[in-house]
Design a protein around this ligand. Structure first.
Ligand SMILES: [Zn+2]
Length: 441
């Protein structure tokens, strides 16, 4: 147990004015030690060493505003029915006269629940053999060309069945939550047939994720060409996928889909009502940035190979650049030009890219450390990038990513006296508790 809190409530049947008190365990493996006979509608996290949140109301944040984090010392957060009602200093806490569940935040910091806007968390099997081969010198592209890579996960995912896929997403979501992620997106793209793509999307939604149809991830072996596969995917999968997914994504890269094919896929997906995202410029500068801007995509993700023209174009657009430094590290690739993007005024977000092949990493705190040491962002810029800006990429600006009145009461508590330990503690886990939808899980 990493902390404790106390509940005060009027017990059912108790005489008016008699207050019952019971202890609630609070931590990763904790459960409530008493049943609450009345519905507690308010929750107070009090005496926090610090509360840190992106400021303002805008999304996405860019330029100087990206690094303007509000920090309140000796702070509280008050939640009501799943929503943040108030935040402030303890000395300004109003008198609370109804039933309130309290969490003692002494020695801890509160930050918004983290938002992972780019994962591939729905898959079966693993690629540990491939990891070892790569460590011995094989490149990711060579492995992909040899039938390893994405297609090996496609084989395992097709064979798994929907129930196993749902269990996998739930297991992975638990890993992510242990590192502070309370909202996550996950993509399909390991089915590449109708049945498995739709099963993936349903499994992601059932496990609480936000589903993205990555129907154009790779060309499965039963199709002769990318164009033939897209004929099938757009005619046979898109109509049903569009009823489950919120966005569509494409892997625009040498050996996967080219600009013309990506345009065809994305235009069809937009016509079906899906928001647009692209994997672009991961290995080669592939035309993804101009296409994303032209089509009004929400994001273009990776950008490890993006040059100065792409940086300038993104900065002048509304498309968010999603940076995935864990993937670049995992594959020993160059890091994306994050500092140049931020300095030019581009909106950036951060994600894990959690997947079995190129980024087996579910931890946004590790991404936060990499953002500071490898991308040369400040801890404050990194926090905004995987809270409010990531929420914008997922169409949840105004609900997720800030500790401010009216936002969803998703709060992460850090077992540290300063919130920047989130970035500072490389590979450690300072996450010591959560509030999800206004309740302690
Ligand atoms: Zn990805």
């Amino acid at each position: 147990m990493l902390g404790s809190c106390v509940v005060r409530m009027l017990a059912a049947g108790a005489k008016r004015g008699i207050v019952a008190t019971c202890a609630i365990a609070f931590g990763k493996a904790a459960t409530r030690s008493c049943d609450n006979p009345l519905k507690v509608t308010r929750l107070l996290v009090r005496h926090l060493a610090q509360l840190a949140t992106p400021g303002g109301l805008e999304a996405p944040l860019r330029g100087r505003a990206l690094g303007e984090i509000e920090v309140i010392e000796d702070a509280f957060v008050l939640c009501r029915e799943g929503t943040i009602e108030a935040v402030g200093r303890m000395r300004d806490l109003p008198l609370l006269d109804d039933d309130v569940e309290e969490v003692d935040g002494r020695g801890r910091c509160a930050i918004p629940g983290l938002v992972d806007c780019h994962t591939h968390a729905c898959f079966a099997g693993d690629r540990v053999d491939e990891f070892a081969l790569r460590a011995a010198g094989a490149t990711y592209e060579e492995l992909h060309a040899a039938g390893a890579g994405i297609l090996s996960t496609v084989r395992a995912t097709r064979a798994a069945g929907e129930a196993a896929l749902r269990e996998a997403v739930e297991r992975h979501a638990g890993w992510m939550r242990a590192h502070g992620t309370t909202t996550f997106e996950a993509k399909s793209g390991y089915g590449l047939d109708r049945e498995t793509e739709l099963a993936q999307l349903r499994a992601i939604a059932a496990a609480g994720g936000i589903p993205t149809w990555l129907g154009a991830h790779a060309v499965p072996p039963e199709f002769e060409s990318a164009d033939d596969y897209l004929d099938f995917a757009l005619a046979e999968v898109l109509p049903a996928a569009a009823r489950i997914a919120e966005a569509a994504d494409v892997f625009l890269e040498r050996g996967a889909f080219d600009v013309q094919q990506a345009r065809r896929y994305l235009e069809a997906c937009a016509a079906a009502g899906l928001a647009l995202r692209l994997h672009g410029d991961q290995f080669t500068e592939s035309g993804a940035v101009p296409l994303a801007i032209e089509l009004g995509a929400r994001s273009v993700d990776h950008l490890e190979a993006t040059g100065p023209d792409g940086v300038e174009a993104l900065a002048a657009s509304d498309v968010v650049g999603v940076l995935l430094p864990a993937s670049a590290l995992f594959l020993d690739r160059p890091m994306p030009p994050a500092r140049a993007l931020v300095d030019a005024g581009a909106a950036v977000a951060l994600g894990t890219d959690f997947n079995p092949g190129s980024a087996f990493c579910e931890s946004l705190p590790i991404v936060c450390s990499l953002a500071c040491t490898q991308l040369h962002l400040s801890p404050a810029e990194a926090l905004a990038a995987f809270t409010v800006n990531a929420a914008h990429v997922l169409g949840r600006a105004g609900r997720k990513g800030r500790l401010a009145p009216g936002y969803d009461a998703d709060i992460v508590l850090l077992d540290a006296p300063d919130w920047r330990h989130l970035a500072y503690h490389l590979g450690g886990n300072v996450v010591s508790g959560w509030v999800l939808g206004g309740a302690v899980p």
